[in-house]
Design a protein around this ligand. Structure first.
Ligand SMILES: Cc1cc2nc3c(=O)[nH]c(=O)nc-3n(C[C@H](O)[C@H](O)[C@H](O)COP(=O)(O)OP(=O)(O)OC[C@H]3O[C@@H](n4cnc5c(N)ncnc54)[C@H](O)[C@@H]3O)c2cc1C
Length: 383
């Protein structure tokens, strides 16, 4: 895991840890110090964030950053790509870029059908955990968290266990988790073989290993984009939790056993707004949730950990571009060359989810971003 970070050298995260300790620590010392976990060398969040800040200042990324929203991209000119940007003050500017990389992230957060997105969100009844993060402040409340993945695991532990040694959550701030399936343990979203980049493959061959894993070779050799999409769907397992978060010290399994988190394997089938009594003469509007297993629970708020939608990221911007550039008839995602160039003029590149049909199942993770960066750089260096 210490190899999945934002800097260029493979060992940059470990080196950052060594440099910042002032001594030349070994991998073992770092593990003992707690910068990395014992399993898979997962970096601590604060340390990882410091490293990201370090990368931003090292490459002066803040100086080339413009805040705004890209509204339109015109790929019709062979000499440049015209990019229309709406600035924060509402002004609109056109850039003429030699090259463009589309790294637009994911589709929008997914809201279940029972949510009235305008009313429920505006009145604080429902929030999506991937849609801003200013909603867990204020007075303690009873909460239902929907979903069965790592986002839900972290949030339910935070709300259910709070500070170590804290009392059991009272009824007024009970924590419920509602998931269609039991918690499924998995360390990564995809098999690690999908994450090996060319540089690592070369090191493998130099060291007498097999190089690029078979599954990556097979994926790249396949020219049928429907089969590629089906491979991605099969190999990318959403809604999982890591063993450390579930069964590690203070893990969710134990929080559920102790009653700090109440687990419901079920789905929400209906909701109602009800007035609940709170002390003398005081009432407060709450949400009553009817579950598919027949249970009914009443909470102050619902937090959604239901992930992202499955549409192509980028909304209208991508819809317009897709009319002019090649996409898969099966899933609508960009069809790009091996260097992730999209379209005839060779100046538009893709990364992240948009590069999925070429990079494979790990495209949406940091490892996939590294694979994409390697291929895009290769378009200019030829190696
Ligand atoms: C909860 C969560 C946990 C994760 N944990 C891990 C993990 O443990 N390990 C791992 O490898 N990966 C993890 N990931 C995935 C990781 O975050 C992504 O791989 C990474 O963020 C992808 O980077 P990106 O720059 O391609 O996209 P993003 O980080 O999603 O950034 C996309 C950017 O594009 C901007 N944008 C979109 N449209 C426009 C437009 N029209 N104009 C201007 N800007 C636009 C967005 O505002 C955003 O800033 C996690 C993701 C989530 C949501």
């Amino acid at each position: 895991m210490s190899g999945y970070h934002l800097d260029i050298p493979d060992d940059a995260l470990r080196k950052f840890s060594n440099d910042n300790s002032g001594r030349n620590k070994t991998r073992e010392t770092n593990k003992r110090r707690g910068t990395f976990s014992k399993d898979y060398e997962r970096p601590q969040l604060d340390f990882f964030n410091d490293h990201c800040d370090h990368v931003v200042s090292k490459y002066h990324l803040d100086q080339i950053h413009t805040k705004g929203k890209v509204k339109k991209i015109d790929p019709s000119n062979d000499r440049f790509v015209a990019v229309q940007v709406e600035k924060l003050d509402g002004g609109v500017e056109w850039y003429h870029a030699a090259n463009v990389v589309l790294a637009l992230g994911n589709d929008l957060p997914r809201y279940p059908a029972w949510v009235d997105v305008d009313y429920d969100v505006q009145h604080g009844f429902v929030r999506h955990l991937l849609d801003g993060n200013d909603f867990c402040k204020g007075s303690p409340q009873s909460t239902a968290i929907v979903g069965g993945g790592i986002t839900v695991a972290h949030k339910s532990l935070e709300l259910g266990c709070g500070n170590a040694g804290e009392d059991m959550p009272s009824k007024s701030r009970a924590v419920h988790v509602i998931s269609r399936h039991p918690f499924k343990e998995q360390q990564f979203d995809t098999h690690q073989e999908w994450m090996m980049d060319q540089a690592a493959a070369k090191r493998s061959i130099d060291g007498g290993g097999a190089g690029l894993p078979d599954r990556q070779v097979k994926f790249q050799d396949c020219s049928d984009y429907e089969i590629r999409r089906k491979t991605i769907a099969r190999e990318r397992i959403p809604g999982t939790v890591t063993t450390a978060v579930f069964r590690g010290k203070g893990g969710l399994k134990y929080a559920i056993e102790e009653g700090r988190v109440q687990f419901h394997q079920s789905e929400i089938v209906a909701k109602a707004y009800v007035d609940a009594q709170e002390g003398e003469g005081l009432s407060r509007q709450k949400l009553q949730l009817k579950l598919s297993n027949g249970e009914s629970i009443t909470v102050d708020r619902v937090l959604l950990g239901t992930g992202f939608g499955t549409k192509i990221p980028g909304g209208m911007l991508m819809e317009e571009l897709s009319k002019e550039l090649p996409t898969s008839e099966y899933c609508g995602f960009p069809i790009v060359d091996k260097n992730l160039r999209w379209g005839r003029n060779g100046r538009i590149f893709v990364s992240g989810a948009l590069a999925e049909l070429e990079v494979g199942p790990s495209a949406r993770n940091i490892a996939g971003a590294r694979l994409a960066a390697e291929r895009i750089v290769e378009a200019f260096t030829g190696s």
